[in-house]
Design a protein around this ligand. Structure first.
Ligand SMILES: [Zn+2]
Length: 234
């Protein structure tokens, strides 16, 4: 049983009032073999939102990771208003965070799968920060995708991302299993097939891809965290 913290402050707008609704559906819960308390914290991760700016807990975790990456204590809105000069690649977007960061002068947005995370069309050492949000679980080879992120980051740059993590078990590949989708499976769109169900060892993927400094931003354990990996500064 986990103790959940609830004194969350929104990294995007600074708000501290939250509403909640259910996100998971019965078929996905069965496919993922989720226990009731796991359903509860994953619903919180995706369905508990800031009443001021609509950021979910996972968006807030990603926002905190971004603030750490750029050594900022200000909110994402304040950082965007300050027009800081950083090359940012945002893959897939994270709703209110992306809407806000897109105000920055050197913001680049790419959407998976049109933008192939396993073969990024950018030169080595191009970005100061890369963000992706609940995308890596949909990529067939997550290690290859992380290696590509490392390649296009500048030395000392950070990758910040969220993935659904079932914290009490190890990562498992869904290769050879019944297809499981995020989003609406009736769409029949394989872009949203889940290839990897990440577990407690999710951070090791960063190490295996070559990141030399690894962090986890915790907003509410076990409901909301973001992973961070830094490219060696030397
Ligand atoms: Zn907010």
């Amino acid at each position: 049983m986990f103790i959940e913290q609830s004194n969350v402050k929104c990294s995007i707008c600074g708000g501290n009032s939250f509403g909640r609704h259910r996100v998971l559906w019965p078929e996905l819960i069965a496919q993922w073999n989720l226990a009731a308390h796991e359903v509860d914290y994953i619903d919180r991760q995706q369905g508990e939102k800031c009443t001021s700016c609509d950021a979910s807990l996972r968006h807030i975790a990603l926002g905190n990771a971004f603030r750490t990456a750029v050594s900022e204590g200000r909110t994402i809105r304040q950082i965007a208003a300050a027009k800081i000069d950083l090359d940012i690649l945002d893959v897939n977007g994270a709703e209110v965070i992306s809407d806000t960061l897109s105000e920055l002068p050197n913001y680049v947005r790419g959407d998976y799968p049109e933008l192939d995370l396993q073969n990024l069309p950018y030169s080595d050492n191009s970005f100061d920060v890369i963000l992706h949000s609940d995308t890596l679980e949909h990529v067939p080879n997550p290690l290859q995708a992380l290696s590509q992120c490392l390649r296009v980051l500048r030395p000392g740059g950070w990758l910040c991302f969220t993935i659904p993590i079932v914290v009490e078990r190890a990562t498992r590949s869904r290769a050879g299993e019944q297809k499981s989708y995020h989003g609406n499976p009736a769409m029949g769109n394989d872009d949203y097939v889940v290839h990897t169900e990440f577990g407690a060892d999710a951070w090791t993927y960063l190490a295996r891809a070559g990141f030399t400094q690894i962090g986890i931003e915790v907003v509410s354990f076990p409901a909301a965290h973001a992973l961070m990996g830094r490219k060696d500064i030397i």
